[in-house]
Design a protein around this ligand. Structure first.
Ligand code: SAM
Length: 293
């Protein structure tokens, strides 16, 4: 991330969720009506303009979808899967939700039935300051909605969550969406261990990670890597599936499910061939088992 600047990739994914909401996806049952409010002014304006364009030329939606080589559908897929994991946790009685690397995530505003739920949004202080400014006009129905500023590479996350009022004797549901890609592996391992320290048995973590393409990445991947570097958020944290499972296990998490675009598309719709065209992103659900480390 660029010093003193909010994350640019958080704006990009919020923009895509805004496009999903305008119908630019084949995924069923996902919308984020607050994405447009949280976006910076220019992307917010462009999203509204896209809405007008689609009213006049509905066929343009498919062009956007194809042009994004799968990124836009993958965002809807991963969001849908994460929302479903929270809905299951809520049904099972979990009432603490921790959103790690929240960016412009609108879950604190858009999820239903939050009136008994304590929501903690954790993010890099620079991104979070911007999010708070954008979210001023929005209202969260959560019982508690706390912002916790943390740099995963240097700060004490466990202490910050305790100080923010997380109840460590209660189960929590952790969401970590689209963040590990940008972190050194050591910071990912430290974050997994830190949240396990403040987590009661039976808590769950749902996280996304992306697999590297191997020794000879495609031209499209090379261009994507250059763009991420150029915006100051290089994808230095790509992880093989086995590596992610190892990091989770070492931190005291048990992998319950690990899905790629094809598995997710079977559950929620979308074209798996398109969704996996770009980044090989996966969604892993893990459970806190045994005693804390
Ligand atoms: C691609 S955005 C994803 C945001 C959000 N989870 C979503 O899916 O919309 C990446 C997020 O990771 C956060 N991030 C990156 N490096 C971080 C660090 N070292 N400490 C804390 N947050 C970090 C950024 O601030 C940003 O919010």
């Amino acid at each position: 991330m660029r010093k003193g600047k909010p994350s640019g990739t958080s704006t990009t994914v919020a923009f895509w969720r805004g496009l999903n909401t305008l119908g630019v996806t084949h995924v069923r049952g996902f919308t984020d009506p607050f994405a447009v409010d949280l976006l910076p002014p220019l992307p917010g304006y462009l999203l509204r303009a896209a809405g007008l364009l689609f009213k006049r030329f509905p066929g343009a939606k498919d062009r956007f979808l194809t042009g994004s080589t799968g990124m836009i559908d993958m965002i809807a897929l991963r969001s849908r899967a994460i929302d479903a994991s929270w809905a299951d946790a809520f049904e099972a009685g979990v009432r603490q939700l921790v959103i790690l690397g929240a960016g412009l995530d609108a879950r604190a505003y858009r999820l239903p039935k939050l009136s008994e739920v304590r929501v903690f949004e954790v993010d890099h202080p620079d991104t979070q300051a911007y999010k708070r400014q954008r979210a001023k006009r929005l209202h969260s129905n959560a019982a508690v909605h706390s912002y916790v500023g943390v740099d995963f590479s240097m700060d004490d996350l466990a202490r910050s969550l305790r100080n923010a009022g997380l109840r460590t004797d209660e189960r929590s549901h952790f969401i970590w969406e689209g963040v590990t890609h940008y972190l050194p592996h050591a910071a990912t391992a430290a974050t997994l261990a830190a949240i396990r320290c403040v987590t009661a048995e039976g808590s769950q973590l749902v996280a996304t990670y992306a697999e590297p393409e191997g020794e000879n990445p495609s031209a499209r991947t090379r261009v994507r890597q250059l763009i991420f570097r150029w915006v100051g958020e290089p994808q230095i944290g790509l992880l093989e599936r086995g590596h992610m499972a190892k990091l989770l296990t070492e931190a005291g998490w048990h992998v319950a499910r690990d899905e790629g675009a094809d598995d997710l598309a079977r559950r929620f719709g979308g074209d798996p061939a398109v969704a996996s065209l770009n980044l090989r992103e996966r969604v892993v659900l893990a459970e806190a088992v045994g005693r804390r480390l």
